[in-house]
Design a binder for this molecule. Structure first.
Ligand code: ZN
Length: 138
């Protein structure tokens, strides 16, 4: 596992939170992306080497809606960059972690992602993410 790729923050109202985080960092988000399969709308901020992902639910069954119901707004997950997500999933399963996505799925920001169940990581939802190569063979 490599560096922290981003920190995910669950928010109720993405528009309002975009304003708050823009004044916090002194610059606007650089991207908004909806991941329909996950029931989330996300926005991304960069500050120095750090990246923050804000997540708002787009339907009541979204994992983000459930999280906010239970715990309120706040830090939702920490994402770590990995070079080879399939190898890392196999390694972590072997170590006894509960992997929620044994087959990595397409996440926001051009990434393949998989989550570890917080039950196996002291209550911290961990996301693994691998950059999807955009290189073409031409
Ligand atoms: Zn994330």
């Amino acid at each position: 596992m490599n560096k922290i790729e981003h920190i995910g923050v669950a928010v109720k109202d993405l528009e309002k939170s975009n304003i708050i985080f823009a004044s916090l960092f002194g610059k606007s988000h650089y991207k908004i992306e909806e991941v329909e399969s996950e029931g989330v709308k996300t926005s991304f901020f960069k500050t120095g080497p750090n990246k923050i992902e804000l997540l708002q639910a787009t339907n009541p069954d979204s994992p983000i809606a459930k999280f906010i119901d239970k715990k309120g707004e706040g830090i939702h997950h920490i994402a770590f960059a990995v070079e080879d997500i399939k190898t890392e999933i196999a390694r972590l399963k072997n170590e006894g972690f509960i992997v929620l996505n044994e087959v990595p799925k397409k996440g926001a920001d051009n990434k393949l992602i998989a989550f570890l169940h917080p039950k196996s990581t002291n209550g911290v939802l961990i996301e693994l993410c691998q950059e999807i190569s955009t290189k073409t063979n031409d």
